[in-house]
Design a protein around this ligand. Structure first.
Ligand code: NAP
Length: 243
């Protein structure tokens, strides 16, 4: 398979790329700063690096990059700086998601392409009934007002849910909702659920970035896991949290 990864230089993106390369897949990584990629993967024979800021690519350029890819994965997120959180582009994740989906469609391939989005447990799946307390809804309303990246994450998943939907013949999608991200050096046991086990705000649980990359790679390379979660927004927790 060939997989295009955006946000590949990020803390999770680079782990996803490594997982895919370890599985023998070919990866195209769109990164602003190739030097940020770890040595281990930077010179890997199955990695090709496209140096660009994702939203600066024209529709034609994006369609060329996506051509021949079996899957596209986004680990994009706003940098945790004042400029990253409050500056432009405010809709980084949403705009990249729609740009990539348009590129997939423009190629008119006969095969459906998988789109795996890194999202957040703080977002609800409004395709299903997820019960949230009044306190939770209040905090989310405040986050929407004061934290542009939260709105961006919500809108990116909304794009997949409502604009691509469940029956698109060119694109199948999954929006992965990690709980609070931590860093670990090895993949550990983790579980995926269709909705949060507890409050996504007050008791969000934990998942490592390497487990998140592992799960996203599983969705791309394992048809059973893909068929289980296609069109859904799985929440992932490490085993210790979910037990
Ligand atoms: N923190 C949590 O507990 C948590 C929990 C669940 C979900 N999440 C979500 O997961 C996302 C990814 O997490 P992470 O820790 O892996 O993120 P990260 O390390 O900050 O990586 C973000 C990626 O997005 C890229 N990026 C940022 N701004 C960009 C721009 N304007 N144009 C193009 N690319 C840009 C970065 O590129 P550069 O390397 O060039 O900057 C990097 O590749 C978070 O942003 C968040 O939305 C977070």
């Amino acid at each position: 398979m060939t997989i295009l990864v955006v946000g590949a230089s990020g803390a999770t993106g680079r782990l996803l790329v490594e997982q895919l390369l370890n599985r023998g897949q070919k990866v195209k990584a769109v990164v602003r700063s190739p030097e940020k990629l770890p040595e281990l993967i930077k010179n890997h024979k199955n990695l090709s690096v496209i140096q660009a800021s994702v939203l600066d690519l024209s529709d034609d350029e994006m369609a060329q990059h996506v051509k021949g890819c079996n899957a596209v994965a986004s680990c994009l997120g706003h940098n945790m700086t004042l400029k990253g959180i409050f500056g432009h582009p405010r809709r980084l994740v949403t705009d990249a998601t729609s740009q990539l989906c348009n590129a997939i469609k423009a190629n008119k391939s006969n095969n459906s392409v998988k789109f795996v989005l890194m999202n957040t447990i703080a977002n609800s799946n409004r395709d299903i009934q997820e019960h949230n307390s009044i306190g939770h809804r209040l905090v989310i309303s405040i986050l929407r007002l004061i934290l542009p990246p939260h709105v961006d994450n919500e809108k990116a998943a909304d794009y997949l849910r409502t604009k691509i939907g469940q029956n698109d013949d060119k694109i199948g999608w999954t929006a992965v909702r990690p709980s609070s991200l931590i860093d670990e050096s090895e993949v550990t046991e983790y579980d995926a659920y269709s909705s949060p086990l507890g409050s996504a705000i007050f008791d969000s649980g934990k998942i490592s970035r390497i487990d998140t990359g592992h799960f996203m790679a599983d969705l791309i390379t394992d048809e059973d896991i893909w068929n289980k979660w296609k069109g859904q927004m799985p929440v992932i927790y490490n085993k210790d949290t979910s037990e």
